[in-house]
Design a binder for this molecule. Structure first.
Ligand SMILES: [Fe+2]
Ligand SMILES: [Fe+2]
Length: 192
């Protein structure tokens, strides 16, 4: 099977690990050794901590939405109030953070690493594809937040769709971030 076909079969939504054709090319050290590495305090740590923040922000957004959905009652089909505006603010902050992060990766780090480590081209092709899947998912999240900012009540059924979207996003974002770290953190550690 060619690398291109292997990548096709590891679409982000169904992926549980990096394909072997990529993992066999990874540079050491392994994840367990990163924090003790002499070069960890630098871009490696910055990336790992930023990824943690992204995962944490999306989890917090999901928890805030759960609280709003828990307020649904038989008499009222709509949610309203400051909790919705607060959620919209959090979603916009998350959007800005991940959008800027992808821009830095797409335009600076991934092109540099592709040049410096051509043996990892398949890995970066997979990460590029991940970003193409994540980008519309992030845009959709922003679209939901605009509806919240309008100041009107929102149907709980609409917020339920947002909840489903965030649940899928959490899964695919976490997968992308783990796999991205497996590919790029050893490169940061080796190139200080
Ligand atoms: Fe990424
Ligand atoms: Fe990243």
């Amino acid at each position: 099977m060619s690398d291109a076909l292997a990548i096709e079969n590891f679409e982000l939504k169904g992926r549980s690990s990096l394909p072997q054709s990529i993992s066999l090319e990874l540079l050491g050290p392994t994840r367990q050794e990163w924090q003790d590495h002499v070069n960890y305090a630098g871009m490696a740590q910055v990336f790992v901590e930023f990824h943690l923040m992204l995962n944490g922000s999306l989890t917090a957004i999901k928890q805030k939405l759960e609280l709003i959905l828990d307020g649904a009652s038989g008499q009222n089909n709509n949610a309203s109030g400051p909790a919705l505006a607060d959620l919209a603010t959090d979603i916009r902050s998350f959007y800005v953070a991940i959008h800027r992060h992808h821009e830095v990766e797409d335009h600076i780090y991934f092109p540099q690493f592709k040049r410096l480590f051509p043996q990892l081209l398949s890995g970066f092709t997979l990460l590029d594809k991940d970003h193409l899947i994540l980008t519309p998912a992030i845009e959709e999240l922003l679209w939901y937040s605009r509806s919240m900012s309008a100041g009107e009540g929102l149907a709980y059924s609409f917020l339920g769709l947002l909840y489903d979207h965030i649940s899928v996003m959490r899964k695919i974002l976490a997968r992308h971030l783990i796999d991205e770290e497996e590919i790029i953190i050893p490169l940061f550690l080796s190139s200080k």
